[in-house]
Design a protein around this ligand. Structure first.
Ligand SMILES: Cc1cc2nc3c(=O)[nH]c(=O)nc-3n(C[C@H](O)[C@H](O)[C@H](O)COP(=O)(O)OP(=O)(O)OC[C@H]3O[C@@H](n4cnc5c(N)ncnc54)[C@H](O)[C@@H]3O)c2cc1C
Length: 374
């Protein structure tokens, strides 16, 4: 009998395991694959605070960022980059950044003139109008961070059952082909698996899947300083997009970059320890997204890269697709049974918010303290 059974070894499941260990609980984590290979290792590893939706998502991101900073050194995870630079390529984008800097969420962020950006950063395009620097954000390399988190958890008494599918949850028992696992409570974190566990709840929340094109580029020969975003991000990230000032920007983008908007493209550029750049992304929605990488989408992403960084993109050395669960709200949280919680991040924010979410879930199941706006 385990204190807690967690289905899913992506960042949402692992964050619950970390917070359970911190409470002195001994959880078991169950995953159908031999290792975590879902959204959580395919992402940028960008723990993004600035730009998250005002209220609960921003608060959870802030809390998660703090927990990442505590857990990373313990688990041997390197924080590769800190902060965020959003550069504006149009006056309307600068207006959004100015409005954001006046908002509560922008209080520690700095507005920068074009000259100030050029003085501090290499790789800025000729259309630069200025930028906003946030000190809050950080970046890890997910493909190493997630396995290290698994190892840290295993060293702290967490049992892992890989290659074990949870077929059903009955009471607080997890039914698997290899037998039943009994637990005091169950947290189910299956990500974008819409049809195995609780398909009715997924359907009620109209959860679908979002598919993203991602690539790694050779080192450009300089340090980009911190992760970058561009005008297109300002109409996608709710923290900016919900400001009334973003309407004019959205109109301009619709006229000037309709293909980028159509493919759900916005630019994130992060940099690894070896200098290589992780660049993305696009968004195509549907329960069964095309499994084929589209080079036309890649060309649009690299077009935005060139405009924003002002250099020809270095050679692409890796390409991949990723999917995550997507719905109108950032988070789907349900209680299918008294001691069972279904926790699914339904936006591209799982690396940024999972620790805060996990803290809330465990408070809900084992005793309360924190809660954020839903
Ligand atoms: C390309 C890409 C870039 C992204 N960039 C960022 C970013 O920079 N910052 C950010 O915050 N977020 C980002 N995201 C979003 C983030 O990665 C996701 O929100 C997060 O990884 C979701 O975590 P998860 O644990 O729910 O899902 P997953 O990592 O997909 O894990 C779910 C796990 O559950 C297991 N599972 C499912 N059903 C069962 C079952 N019945 N039995 C056993 N096991 C089961 C699966 O095998 C899987 O391992 C990005 C996503 C993608 C795809």
């Amino acid at each position: 009998m385990h204190d807690l059974a967690i289905v899913g070894s992506g960042i949402v499941g692992l964050a619950h395991a970390v917070m359970a260990v911190r409470r002195g609980l001994r959880p078991v984590v169950i995953d159908r694959h031999a290792a975590p290979i879902g959204a959580s290792i395919r992402n940028f590893g960008f723990v993004t605070v600035t730009g998250q939706g005002a209220g609960g998502t921003w608060q959870r991101a802030m809390r998660s960022r703090d927990i990442w900073l505590e857990i990373a050194p313990e688990a041997g995870i390197e924080i590769l980059q800190r902060g965020l630079l959003v550069t504006a390529q149009r006056p309307e984008a600068m207006t959004v950044l100015e409005a954001f800097s006046r908002h509560d969420m922008g209080r520690d962020c700095r507005l920068l003139t074009a000259d100030a950006v050029r003085a501090d950063y290499k790789g800025v395009g000729s259309t630069l109008q200025g930028g906003l620097h946030s000190p809050h954000d950080l970046r890890v390399e997910s493909r190493t961070a997630i396995p290290r988190l698994v190892q840290w958890l295993a060293n702290h008494g967490v049992a892992f059952r890989f290659e074990t599918t949870a077929l059903a949850i009955e009471g607080t028992e997890v039914v698997t082909p290899q037998g039943r696992l009994r637990a005091g409570a169950v947290v189910v974190c299956p990500g974008d698996d819409l049809s195995c566990l609780y398909p009715d709840i997924y359907a009620r929340h109209a959860v679908t899947r979002s598919q993203l094109h991602m690539m790694r580029l050779s080192p450009p020969g300089f340090d980009i300083g911190c992760p970058r975003m561009s005008d297109l991000s300002l109409v996608r990230y709710r923290g900016y997009a919900e400001l009334k000032e973003s309407e004019a920007l959205a109109g301009g983008l619709a006229r000037e970059q309709p293909q980028h908007l159509e493919a759900g493209i916005h630019l994130i550029v992060t940099q690894g320890a070896d200098g290589s750049l992780v660049v993305g992304d696009s968004h195509h929605y549907g329960r069964a997204p095309e499994p084929f990488y589209d080079v036309a989408v890649e060309a649009l992403i690299l077009d935005e890269f060139k405009r924003v960084l002002g250099i020809d993109p270095p050679p692409v050395i890796e390409r991949w697709l990723g999917t995550y669960a997507s719905a109108a709200d950032d988070l789907m949280y349900a209680s299918p049974d008294d001691r069972v919680r279904l926790v699914v991040v339904t936006s591209g924010t799982g690396a940024s918010t999972s620790f805060g979410i996990a803290e809330e879930t465990l408070n809900d199941l084992f005793g309360t303290e924190t809660s954020y706006e839903r």
